[in-house]
Design a protein around this ligand. Structure first.
Ligand SMILES: *Cc1c(COP(=O)(O)O)cnc(C)c1O
Length: 219
């Protein structure tokens, strides 16, 4: 029973192509669990909350790429830019400007993704698809931010097939943004797919998946 995390990771690795970046989402997991994941070859970890990440950041020694996958409040941007290599959840111009300002203060070029509300649910964070291109243009003007791609969280569904259209929308938006040359360099990253739907997401072009339960829990 001790090797659940190791076995889960090995299983997921067999299911995803090697060029897909596997981000282990470690929110709520202990340092021992995270260490086990790192010992099993994980090099990217994702956290939801800045404070929780800050505590872990002090303790985790190996070279790890830190991802912020949860919503970021503007007043936490200062702390977030100190910790995270990639912020997935940029969803307002106010937040983007604050990240830019705080990154500038520490001479950092902060990599970000824009969170897109592909399902247009009221309860969800993220830029609406119809507002995305204008938002990308505004973000591209910020000097201390480097836009790498897009992120979405699919709605909760009974049948994973039902999420396919939302992943497809994100892929199309990325391609369209590149066609329109909205950014200096083309954007590449599509962060989409979690424990229940990563296989569908990869079929629709995900090159970064964010997986928590399927790594840390016994099924
Ligand atoms: C928790 C979380 C995940 C991982 O979800 P699982 O269902 O545990 O795989 C991925 N992305 C975000 C934004 C999350 O909050």
């Amino acid at each position: 029973m001790d090797n659940i995390i190791r076995e889960n990771i090995a299983k997921i690795r067999r299911q995803i192509p090697s060029q897909v970046c596997l981000v282990a989402v470690t929110k709520g997991r202990s340092l021992a669990q995270i260490q086990e994941a790192l010992d099993s070859g994980i090099t990217h970890i994702g956290e939801n909350r800045v404070q929780e990440a800050a505590l872990k950041y002090k303790e985790i020694k190996p070279a790890v790429t830190w991802h912020l996958v949860g919503h970021l409040q503007t007043n936490k941007a200062k702390e977030a830019v100190k910790i995270f290599d990639l912020i997935h959840s940029v969803d307002s111009l106010n937040l983007a400007r604050e990240i830019d300002k705080q990154a500038g203060k520490i001479n950092k070029l902060q990599d970000i993704l824009i969170e897109v509300n592909t399902s247009a649910e009221e309860s969800k964070f993220g830029i609406r698809p119809e507002d995305l291109f204008e938002f990308i243009k505004a973000v591209s003007d910020l000097k201390n931010i480097s836009l790498k791609g897009l992120m979405t969280i699919a709605p909760m569904v009974d049948n994973t097939e039902e999420v396919r259209p939302y992943f497809r929308i994100l892929n199309e938006l990325r391609d369209k943004a590149n066609e329109l040359r909205l950014t200096g360099d083309a954007i590449q990253v599509l962060s989409m797919g979690m424990s229940d739907d990563f296989e569908v997401a990869i079929e629709e072009g995900a090159n970064m998946v964010r997986i928590g339960r399927a790594i840390f829990e016994d099924k």
